[in-house]
Design a protein around this ligand. Structure first.
Ligand code: 5GP
Length: 186
């Protein structure tokens, strides 16, 4: 087989299988588009490569965040609880705080967190003793949905661990709504 045809085939075969996203990312970095202003990559390619890059960044950030997950170090949410960092609070009681996500993924995107982390870095670390606070968080999600006018349809998401792209290791529920949700999720 001619060398260019062989190279093309190798690239295509990299796109198959579970490592396809990483392979795409690799291809983008290792074969940069020539810096010729007259050259414009086809729109489809540009869109795919930027979304793949965003996915790779998200996954890398999640893996990096997981390294210190159990160190007991405070997270950004501790500063939000202490009001050291401002946030838009939607609901608050003695155990729970709900505030708008800084990078909303829907018209309504609120995070519901326990004020006391108490070992709940992620849902996967929950123990029997956490049953009460877990129930309170879920009920607070419902109150938030009501307050935000999305009680007819909303989604509650918990990312637990690096494979779920969790980036802050203080348990939190994402309450999302205000648009049609799709299934399956990414
Ligand atoms: P995770 O990726 O861990 O499931 O979700 C963490 C969420 O926290 C993300 O949606 C992110 O946008 C949000 N977030 C991170 N830092 C801040 C911040 O400083 N303020 C607010 N309001 N949200 C934040």
């Amino acid at each position: 087989m001619a060398a260019p045809a062989m190279a093309a085939m190798n690239s295509v075969s990299l796109l198959r299988g579970p490592l396809s996203l990483r392979a795409l990312h690799f291809i983008r970095i290792s074969n940069p588009v020539p810096r010729n202003p007259l050259f414009r990559a086809p729109f489809h390619f540009r869109r795919v490569s930027s979304s793949v890059s965003a996915i790779s960044d998200e996954e890398a950030a999640a893996r990096a965040a997981a390294v210190n997950a159990d160190s007991g170090a405070p997270t950004i949410f501790d500063k939000i609880i202490s009001k050291e960092i401002p946030s838009t609070i939607v609901y608050e009681d003695e155990a729970v705080l709900a505030f708008r996500d800084i990078s909303p993924q829907a018209p309504v995107h609120v995070l519901v967190i326990p004020k006391l982390r108490d070992g709940l870095t992620e849902l996967g670390k929950a123990e029997k003793r956490h049953e009460e606070i877990l129930g309170r968080l879920l009920y607070a999600a419902k109150i938030v949905a009501e307050k935000e006018g999305i009680i007819d349809g909303f989604r509650v998401v918990v990312n637990s661990g690096p494979s779920a792209c969790q980036s802050v290791y203080h348990l939190h529920l994402h309450v999302l709504g205000g648009r049609q949700m799709k299934w399956p999720p990414g």
